[in-house]
Write a protein of this length. Structure first.
Lengths: 312, 529
């Protein structure tokens, strides 16, 4: 297993290098640069040129990229162009907020989707199944920002059950009150997908011979569903949960903005608008690392869920 | 006396002794907490490195400047209690107030002022240092006196020294923090009425009252410690939750209310809705170097084709005034009779002028042509609340007189880059200036290609601009500004559109007398009931 994980990490290196090249090119080849953003509309061209020189933006692209990679290899992400803070520290300050949001979102998604999917499959074509399908379709049709604003309006502004904005550490109860609405919002796009998948996966398994055999042996119905059927229906569900963790990370861009959470998604969006290249480059790379690690964890999870799968 | 009684008395005496200095001076942070909800986070609290308004509104609290800006935008004393200007306008001698201290406790001396101005001028990549570029050297004959020597006179120097970028820094604190200066609590030291306590980026920035402050500018009734104990700047990016935060009492102030909400809020009467002018002007600029905009008649006709009232109602929800010239009313040197020489909406006149100039319509509703060339113009703009509606309105209005407008929406820095490269025929922008110096930046021929994005090069304009900058005679300078506005309007270099009203909402608990051009500025008179 250890050698498998090591191998996967080695394979991740070219992926991350590719991401860094892509982000660098996208940022540098689109019109406009940080010097213009910093100088503002009234500064004469000499000021803009001066800032460009200070930031090294007057150098050829390959020189800029070479310096960037050399710095990254030393673990130096540079400083934010706008706030002058060290980029790595800034990103690591915001990463727990985004990871916390995505993790709570995944847990919430799983807690809602898996039981709903199982029940809908078990009671196929019942009122419960139809209600689930309706809820899934409705959830799928609504954009995340609309759901966020509605939740905010009803539960934070009208009912005052939850705080309007802001973030507290999840070590306190107040932290959970702050994260509740954003987590429900961020998972709203994933719950329909996972519910449908769990339902269809369970339906497939419930018709297998071994399920019929288990029932014929007189195994209790709960054990048939949970131990025999669900365990086998779990593999595709794990895959999607893992992949959607990445989706939740990117979904955090919108959710963090609506709920004013000081997370990495919001930081990177602001950096893109302000052309703060070092923050964008560092942020995207960190997102990519998180994505790669999640995928490795999903693959490791397969082995735990299915004894037939062995690595290494 | 029983032991418990003695113990209680001892504790009481100890508490009084500990609390005494705070009771006398007012403890840092004691007093009401005021929460200011805003859409953007400060970039850095190093004032010389940023042009962001979100940084400026905090800098005004943490720092002071040599001069200060009054509500009517005139210059008043700040850290300098008085100053003299040499007859040739090239030497400024400032006398600093006695007893001023930084938040760290270090006394302010002329060495800090010299350090601040020298650092600003030398700071690589400072976006604002060009505002004091005529300063040649700074002398400090004694700890209370600062002498500025200029290469050439600069009539706006005193105003520029009142801006946040000219905040006086503690030389020791800047040297100690190095590159990290301005990035957080403990890395900022100013003489302002508040002290930075906490900064969780994208969430909250907390400042507490400086209890020793007693050198406030004379524009305030209260020149001592602020009434507010703590000010919390809360970043809420989205308009709806930000406004809701004030409505439910989580915050007491929102400086950027969406136009469509203003009427409703005023009708409901639960919050204070304050409208004020911050001397902004939205305008459409022409690129005179591009044909046919080199033709004065075409520019004048297009000016006649724009219905400002329709723009005000359709895009600004009525919260704007018509603009007729390049300066906003209230700016020193504003031409009072500018309305009489401006172009008022008259599509018939516009069509007649274009007809007379040879731009004819092959059929009604079609784009005008001259010598086979269509009258088609590329109009660049960048999104903003009102601009999203201004652009289609102007496009439709000019379409009505046979001018085809091809609009292209761009992201802000891409927009600035495109203007710098001269890709536009027309562009839409909003500028805010408290001094008539905007005329120098925008119309001096040496300022091409930016910020003179119009290609305007006129020797008479240049001469008047030089006079307005260098003359030490107020009368002569004001006369130059008046003449300049006449030249710019009569040559139709712009389409002046509107002066947008700023709207803020505040809790009824907030005691706010009037709005400053820098919104709440130093908050010295501000209080919470």
């Amino acid at each position: 297993m250890a050698s498998y994980i090591a191998g996967r990490l080695v394979q991740a290196a070219p992926v991350l290098l590719g991401v860094s090249v892509l982000v660098f090119l996208i940022l540098h080849l689109t019109p406009g640069n940080p010097a213009l953003a910093m100088a503002g509309p009234d500064a004469p061209p000499s000021v803009v040129r001066d800032i460009e020189r200070t930031l090294g933006l007057d150098q050829p692209l390959y020189v800029q990229y070479g310096r960037y990679v050399a710095r990254m290899a030393r673990g130096d992400f540079g400083r934010s162009i706008r706030s002058r803070e060290p980029v790595l520290g800034r990103l690591l300050d915001t990463l727990p907020v985004t990871l916390g949001l995505a993790t709570v979102g995944v847990v919430w998604t799983t807690l809602v989707s898996v039981p709903m999917g199982i029940l809908a499959a078990y009671r196929r074509n019942s009122l419960l199944d139809l209600s689930t399908i309706f809820a899934v379709l409705a959830g799928n049709a609504m954009p995340v920002f609309a759901i966020g604003l509605i939740l905010l309006w009803v539960f934070a502004i009208q009912l005052r059950w939850f705080p309007l904005t802001g973030y507290e550490s999840l070590r306190s109860l107040e932290g959970w009150r702050h994260i509740a609405l954003p987590a429900i919002t961020v998972s709203s796009g994933v719950i329909p997908l996972l519910t449908r998948l769990t339902r269809s996966s369970m339906l497939e398994v419930l018709h297998q011979d071994y399920v019929r055999s288990a029932r014929a042996k007189g195994v209790r119905e709960t054990a048939v569903i949970v131990r025999h059927a669900f365990r086998n229906a779990l593999l595709p569900v794990i895959t999607i949960i893992g992949l959607q963790f990445g989706g939740l990370l990117t979904g955090a861009f919108i959710t963090e903005t609506i709920f004013s959470l000081p997370g990495m998604g919001r930081l990177v969006v602001q950096a893109i608008l302000g052309r703060d290249f070092p923050i964008v480059q560092g942020g995207v790379l960190l997102f990519a690392v998180t994505f790669v690690v999640t995928n490795i964890l999903v693959d490791v999870g397969y082995a735990a869920a299915d004894p037939r799968i062995r690595y290494g | 006396m029983r032991p418990i009684g003695r113990w209680l008395i001892s504790v009481g005496v100890a508490l009084v002794l500990v609390a005494m200095p705070a009771l006398v001076l007012g403890a840092p942070g004691a007093g009401p907490t005021f929460t200011f909800a805003r859409g953007q986070e400060s970039e850095t609290l190093d004032p010389e490195r940023t042009t962001a308004v979100s940084s400026a509104e905090v800098d005004y609290l943490l720092y002071d400047t040599l001069t200060s800006q009054d509500y009517d935008n005139t210059v008043k004393p700040g850290l300098a209690e008085k100053w003299t200007i040499s007859p040739d306008g090239k030497t400024y001698t400032f006398t600093l107030k006695q007893g001023v201290r930084f938040a760290s406790g270090k006394p302010l001396t002329s060495a800090d002022v010299k350090f601040t101005l020298d650092r600003w001028r030398a700071l690589k990549g400072s976006p604002s240092a060009f505002n004091i570029s005529p300063i040649e050297s700074v002398d400090t004959p004694n700890p209370q006196t600062v002498v500025l020597h200029l290469k050439e006179p600069l009539s706006t120097l005193l105003v520029n020294l009142a801006g946040y970028a000219a905040s006086i820094l503690n030389a020791d604190a800047v040297n100690k923090a190095g590159e990290d200066y301005g990035t957080g609590a403990g890395k900022v030291d100013g003489t302002g009425p508040f002290i930075l306590r906490e900064w969780v980026r994208n969430d909250r920035l907390v400042v507490a009252r400086n209890p020793n402050y007693n050198w406030g500018p004379p524009i305030y009734q209260n020149r001592g410690p602020a009434h507010l104990g703590t000010v919390v700047f809360k970043v809420i990016t989205e308009d709806t939750p930000r406004l809701a935060a004030v409505q439910v009492g989580d915050a007491q102030f929102d400086p950027s209310v969406p136009g469509q909400a203003v009427d409703r809020l005023a009708r409901e009467g639960k919050l204070q809705v304050i409208r004020y002018s911050d001397l902004n002007t939205a305008f459409i600029g022409f690129k005179l170097g591009h044909k046919p905009l080199d033709d004065l008649k075409v520019r004048q006709a297009i000016n006649y084709g724009v219905n400002r009232q329709e723009v005000i109602q359709g895009a600004y929800y009525g919260l704007a005034e018509e603009a007729f010239g390049p300066l906003a009313p209230g700016t020193p040197g504003w031409l009072t009779g500018v309305k009489n020489i401006a172009y008022h909406y008259n599509p018939s006149t516009a069509k007649r002028m274009l007809d007379e100039d040879g731009w004819t319509q092959p059929r009604p509703g079609a784009t005008r042509q001259k010598n086979g060339q269509p009258l088609s113009l590329l109009f660049l703009w960048t999104p903003g609340a009102a601009f999203d509606s201004v652009v289609p309105l102007v496009q439709a209005e000019l379409g009505g007189i046979g001018v085809k407008v091809r609009t292209q929406q761009m992201e802000w820095t891409a927009f600035l880059a495109a203007l710098r490269a001269g890709q536009h025929d027309m562009f839409l922008i909003n500028v805010r200036y408290v001094t008539p110096d905007v005329l120098y930046f925008y119309f001096k021929s040496t300022q091409r290609p930016a910020p003179n994005r119009f290609d305007w090069a006129d020797p008479e304009t240049d001469r008047l601009l030089d006079t307005s900058r260098s003359s030490t005679s107020e009368t002569e300078r004001m006369a130059a500004y008046q003449k300049l506005q006449q030249i710019i309007v009569s040559n139709a270099v712009w389409i002046p559109l509107v002066h947008e009203k700023r709207v803020v909402v505040a809790s009824k608990r907030l005691v706010v007398t009037k709005m400053h051009a820098n919104v709440l500025y130093k908050m010295l008179d501000l209080d919470l009931k």
